[in-house]
Design a protein around this ligand. Structure first.
Ligand code: SAM
Length: 311
C-alpha cells in the first residue's frame, strides 16, 4: 500500500468553535483516592467530560506545573475556589508524595495532571502511583490523549504491536545502541524526539536500520501546524532542510520484516553494539533484543570483533 509522503490536515482542527460551546461540568463528591487525569496535547478541547468533572470536584489538585493547570481550569470555566493546588514534578521527593498520601488517608480526593497528555507517559507520576498503592489506597484514572497513541493513529505504520521507547539517549553511541535494541523488537517503535535532535536521530536510524527503512515524523499533532511526514529514513532526512524544525515531535519507526532477521541484520546489530559494548555484553544485548540464542550470537560477535582487530 502506498501512503502519502506528507500530510497536513490542520484545517480539520477546530480549536475555537463559535458560540457558547461550554458543556455542563458535573461537580460531585469524589471517593478518597488518587485520580490520574489526562489533559490535551494541543487542541484545548481534547479533554474528556469526566476529566473536567474530576478537576471540578477533587478536594486537592496536583499538577506538574500549576500555571498550566490554572490556565486549563480557566479555559473550561472551572473554579479552584478554596481548594488546594500543589505541584508535583520530576524533582519532587518523598516528602511531596507523603503529603499527597496523607491527604488521601485523611479522606480527600486528589487529581493529578502533567503538563500535557497522559501523566506517567514520559512524564512524572509513576513513583506517586507506587506510593499510593503501597499504602493500600485507591488509584483511578480519567484517560485521554497521549502523543504516542495519536502518532500511531496518524503515522500509517502497523499498530497491531508497538513498543513505546520514550526519549532515547541524546549521545550518538548510546542512541545507536538503543536503536539496535529497538530493531530487534518485532513492533512499530514509538520515540519522542526534539526538533533539534531530529536530524541526528534520522541519521542514526538510517545507519542502524538501513536508509530504506520506513519511518513517520508526526509534528504538532492536534495543533494548527500539525504535519505528518512519511517515507524512508533517508528520504525524510533529505527533506529536513525544507521542514519546519519547531514544535513537538513523535517519531515512528516501522517494524523490521521477517527477511530483516537475516545474518546480515544480526551482524549489523552486533557491529553497532560493539561500538560501545564489550563482546559479551554486545552479544547479550543483541541476543535479548532479537530473541536469539546467546551462545550463537556470542560466536558471531567474537568473530566480528576478531575480524575488526585484524583489519
Ligand atoms: N505525557 C505526554 C503524552 O502522553 O504524550 C508526553 C509528555 S513528554 C514530556 C513530551 C513529548 O511528547 C514531546 O517532546 C513530544 O515528543 C511528544 N508530544 C507531546 N505533544 C505532542 C504533539 N502535540 N505533537 C507531537 N508530539 C507531541
Amino acid at each position: 500500500m502506498c501512503l502519502p509522503r506528507h500530510t497536513s490536515f490542520a484545517r480539520l482542527i477546530n480549536d475555537h468553535p463559535k458560540g457558547d460551546q461550554r458543556v455542563t461540568i458535573q461537580q460531585t463528591s469524589l471517593e478518597p483516592g488518587l485520580y490520574v487525569v489526562a489533559t490535551p496535547i494541543g487542541s484545548s478541547r481534547d479533554i474528556t467530560l469526566r476529566a473536567l468533572d474530576v478537576l471540578a470536584s477533587a478536594d486537592v489538585l496536583v499538577a506538574e506545573d500549576t500555571r498550566t493547570l490554572r490556565k486549563l481550569l480557566e479555559l473550561h470555566g472551572i473554579h479552584l475556589g478554596q481548594r488546594r493546588l500543589w505541584s508535583y514534578h520530576d524533582h519532587s521527593g518523598g516528602a511531596d508524595r507523603t503529603r499527597i498520601v496523607k491527604a488521601i488517608q485523611d479522606g480527600q480526593s486528589v487529581a493529578y495532571t502533567s503538563d500535557a497528555g497522559t501523566p506517567m507517559i514520559a512524564d512524572p507520576g509513576y513513583q506517586l502511583v507506587q506510593d499510593v498503592l503501597a499504602h493500600d489506597l485507591a488509584v483511578t484514572s480519567a484517560p485521554g490523549p497521549s502523543a504516542a497513541i495519536n502518532a500511531l493513529v496518524l503515522g500509517g505504520m502497523p499498530t497491531d504491536q508497538f513498543h513505546f521507547a520514550g526519549f532515547l539517549p541524546p549521545q550518538d553511541a548510546a542512541r545507536r545502541t538503543a536503536l539496535t535494541g529497538l530493531k530487534g523488537i518485532a513492533a512499530t517503535a514509538v520515540v519522542y524526539e526534539t526538533p533539534k535532535r531530529l536530524s541526528a536521530m534520522l541519521t542514526a536510524i538510517a545507519a542502524v536500520y538501513g536508509a530504506d527503512h520506513p519511518i513517520a515524523v508526526c509534528r504538532e499533532m492536534t495543533k494548527r501546524f500539525e504535519t505528518v511526514t512519511r517515507g524512508t529514513a533517508q528520504a525524510v532526512l533529505d527533506q529536513i532542510p525544507e521542514m519546519t524544525l519547531k514544535g513537538e515531535i513523535v517519531l515512528l519507526i516501522g517494524p523490521m520484516t521477517q527477511n530483516d532477521s537475516s545474518e546480515d541484520a544480526i551482524d549489523d546489530a552486533l557491529r553497532n553494539a560493539l561500538l560501545t559494548l564489550r563482546v559479551k555484553d554486545a552479544a547479550n544485548a543483541v541476543a535479548g533484543a532479537m530473541g536469539l540464542p546467546k551462545r550463537d550470537v556470542y560466536q558471531r560477535a567474537l568473530a566480528l570483533a576478531q575480524k575488526d582487530d585484524s583489519t
